[in-house]
Ligand binder design. Sequence first.
Ligand code: FAD
Length: 362
Amino acid sequence: MRLDTRVIIIGGGQAGLATAFYLRRAGLTPGEDFAVLDAGAEPGGSWPHMWEGLRLFSPATYSSLPGWMMPAWDESRLGFPPRTHVVDYLTRYEARYDLHVLRPHRVTSVARADDDPEGPMTVAAGEVTAAARFVVSATGTWDRPFWPAYPGMREFRGRQLHAAQYQAPGELAGRRVVVVGGGNSAAQILAEVSRVAETTWVTVRPPGFLPDDVDGRVLFATARARIRALSEGHEHSGVAGLGDIVMVPSVVDARERGVLEPHPMFTRLTPTGVAWADGTERAADAVIWCTGFRPALRHLTGLRLHGEAGRVEVGGPSGTRVRREPRLYLVGYGDWVGPASATLAGVGPSARDTANDIMARL
Ligand code: FAD
C-alpha cells in the first residue's frame, strides 16, 4: 500500500491520538490529510500490555485527553481507575473522532525523500510506504524497557523479568522475589507480589514517598506551573516529584504490612540469589527489574538525529520540533519534549502546540 498525505503520525497511543485530535480540529481530514500508523494489534497504546493490577495514580477527571473527558469512575468505592478503563477510553476516543488509525503497522524507518530540506519525508512500515510533508513520532517508551547491567546476571539460575513482562502476582506465588527499582512501578508491583511471595525491595537511591493525601494531581499542577513559567520566560525547576512514589491504596497497604522496606541495591547476582558488597547474600527465585524505559526511537536511526550531548534535541514554538530534522516532531516521550507529556492529562498542550506549528507551516 502506498500513502501520500500531508502528515504521518507514528504511534496510535494517547500521544498520537491527542496530536491527531488537534490536526483534525484545525481542519485536516483523518485518513486523507493525515494518517496514523500504529504497531499495536488493538487500540490503547501500551496500556493493554501493562500488568493486570495496574491502576492510575490519579482520578479519572485528572486523566483526560483533549476534547473528551475520561468517563467517570467510582473512586470512592473502587480506587483509581484500572488500566482496562484507560484502554476502553482510548478505544472510544479514536472512534469518537474517527481518527482512522491504521494497524498493525510497525514503522521501521523514516527517511528524507531527497536533498530538498522542504521536500517530503518517507516512512516504511512493512508493505506500507508513505510520503508526507511532516512526520510526528509518538511511539512512547514501552517498547524499550531498560535493563541495567549487573555482574552475575547471566549466571543467575532463577527467573529475571522486566516490569514490562510482568502480568500478575500468581506467577510468583510462594517464591522468593527481589524487586529492583525506586519508582511507582516497583512500589506497585512489590505491593501485589508481597501478598503471595517473600519479597525483598532494593533501590539505588532511597526512594521518595509523596504524602498519603497527595496523588498525580499534584504532578499535573506542577507541570502546569512550569508551562506557565516557561511561556512567561521564567525558569522553573521542572516536574518536582514525578519520580516519587504515589501512595495509592495498595502501596499504603504494603507499608502497613511492613513490606515497603527499601534495601540498598545489591552489587551482583549469584547463581542462586543476590549479593551485596559487604558479603551479605540473599537467596532468590526471581528478580523483577522495575528499572524504567527509554524512548522507542529505533525507526529514526537512519536520520542521525543525536546531537553532541547524545540525545535528540528538540525546540521550535512547540518544543517538539527536532533541531536536526525540522520536518519531524516528537510527542509524548517525557519532560524533555514537554512537561508531563508522558501522561494522559499532560500530553494535551504538547500535542496542541505541535499541531499548531504544523498547521502554520503547511
Ligand atoms: P504508548 O502508550 O506506548 O503508545 C505508543 C504506541 O506507538 C503504541 O501503540 C505502540 O504500539 C506504537 N509504536 C511503537 N513503536 C512503533 C513503530 N515503530 N511504528 C508504529 N507504531 C509504533 N500516566 C498517567 O497519566 N497516569 C498514570 O497513572 C500512569 N501510570 C503509568 C504506569 C506505568 C507502569 C507506566 C509505564 C506508565 C504510566 N503512565 C501514567 C505514563 C503514560 O501515560 C504512559 O506511558 C503512556 O502509555 C504513554 O503514551 P504514548 O502514547 O506516548 O505511548
